[in-house]
Design a protein around this ligand. Structure first.
Ligand SMILES: CSC[C@H]1O[C@H](OP(=O)(O)O)[C@H](O)[C@@H]1O
Length: 401
């Protein structure tokens, strides 16, 4: 893995080409695949070769641009209504994350507004698509740095108010870094910024960031394959745990016992989001609700506020769905059973080289399983929602988004 790259999306403005990092092959192989059409994007998003709410939207927007460019270059005439229908099709690739549908609705509004009476897609339509998709990509990166900064400030203010001293750790779930966005990330972006500013050698405070605890995040293993890859790449200290080790880790550290020679209590659990609705209920990777409930349990049984764990959702405004009142109305994607009953990956030979890909069984063949890709953390269990604008806390236990 010498040519490691953490850029999930490569768009050439000059050649109008789109390539995505095949995340099904990470961390063992770095393979970029071309996306030349809306169908290519649908397939890549559906199969999770690219995943992560913001990344899905950015790839979708770029794919619409590239698809249109390639048709014009090939002299293939497409009607505006055909283009709008293919955009609606693209949105069906993964229903829970709102970013893709938000971006596609904005693109459709632009087309209807600027080309209301036009029948055929032309160069002017393409140029509008190009401008929108490039701006979406660039804005996402800028927003992620702002999320990182707002998250850092919230963490500092929280620890100061608690008069906390010493090392602390941050737990996170799934992958919300450069591989899920245009770069830096959301929840993992806050961890990156905290590591940059609050590590022991750099902090000016009486506390410092010691380590991260990324969860494996079954069944797709975004944590084990992607978040650890990002953290290792940037030498951010971490110890990976399985999803069923959360309470044991927190209670072990809370007792002052060491985990892998380190004792830094978990003070923050930071998750990303696929859809934050108007009341603050947040859909995110399956297992996130449990984390919020666990934080709440430890807070209600803690000896003092110094022990409290803040549960944070980090998400750009492109992930907020103000049209949906509460989390019960969020459609939760259910994925194929074989993602739960099998594992796919390369054979790792004894000398560490990467061999042929294979699929191994990890469950009894032919059994019935349930594989929802997301769950919804209720706003009552969320302490703060960090966006690029600000760290939003509840007033009278209610969010105002
Ligand atoms: C900033 S990524 C947001 C969100 O997307 C991930 O889901 P998936 O890997 O299935 O696309 C995960 O829920 C992240 O928190």
């Amino acid at each position: 893995m010498s040519d490691r790259t953490l850029q999930a999306i490569k768009f050439s403005k000059e050649n109008v080409t789109l390539d995505i990092l095949d995340q099904l092959q990470l961390p063992y192989s770095t393979v970029f695949i071309p996306i030349k059409s809306i169908q290519d994007a649908f397939d890549a998003i559906k199969s999770m070769q690219v995943r992560g709410a913001p990344a899905i939207a950015i790839v979708g927007a770029f794919a619409i641009t590239v698809d249109t460019f390639n048709n014009l270059k090939a002299g293939i005439s497409k009607s505006v209504s055909e283009l709008l229908q293919s955009i609606d099709y693209l949105v069906t690739s993964r229903p829970t994350a709102v970013n893709l549908s938000n971006a596609c609705e904005e693109i459709k509004s632009l087309i209807n507004e600027k080309f209301e009476l036009q029948l055929i897609v032309d160069q002017e339509v393409y140029e509008v698509l190009f401008e929108y998709s490039v701006a979406l990509h660039e804005d996402d990166l800028a927003n992620n740095y702002k999320i990182g900064s707002n998250g850092l400030n919230y963490i500092i203010e929280t620890l100061r108010a608690q008069q906390f001293t010493g090392p602390f750790s941050i737990m996170t779930v799934c992958n919300t870094g450069s591989l899920a966005t245009s770069g830096h990330g959301t929840a993992l972006g806050i961890i990156r910024t905290v590591h940059e500013q609050l590590s022991k050698l750099k902090t000016k405070e009486s506390f410092w960031f010691e380590t991260a605890y990324p969860l494996e995040t079954r069944p797709y293993n975004q944590g084990a394959k992607l978040t650890t890859y990002e953290l290792q790449y940037e030498n951010i200290p971490f110890t990976m745990i399985c999803d069923n080790m959360v309470t044991s880790l927190i209670s072990t550290l809370r007792k002052g016992e060491k985990v892998k020679d380190v004792c830094a209590p978990v003070k923050f659990i930071i998750a990303g989001a696929d859809r934050v609705v108007k009341n603050g209920d947040s859909a995110n990777k399956i297992g996130t609700f449990q984390l919020a409930a666990i934080a709440n349990y430890f807070n209600t049984t803690s000896a003092s506020e110094k022990e409290h764990i803040k549960f944070i959702i980090a998400a750009p405004n492109t992930t907020i769905d103000r049209q949906t009142p509460c989390g019960d109305q969020i459609v939760i994607e259910e994925r194929p059973s074989n993602e739960l009953t099998t594992l796919k990956g390369p054979v790792l030979t004894s000398d560490g080289s990467v061999g042929e890909k294979m699929t191994v069984g990890v469950a009894t063949p032919g059994i019935q399983v349930w594989n929802p890709a997301f769950d919804v953390a209720p706003h009552q269990l969320i302490d703060c929602i960090v966006t690029e604008e600000r760290a939003i806390e509840k007033i009278n236990n209610e969010f105002t988004l």
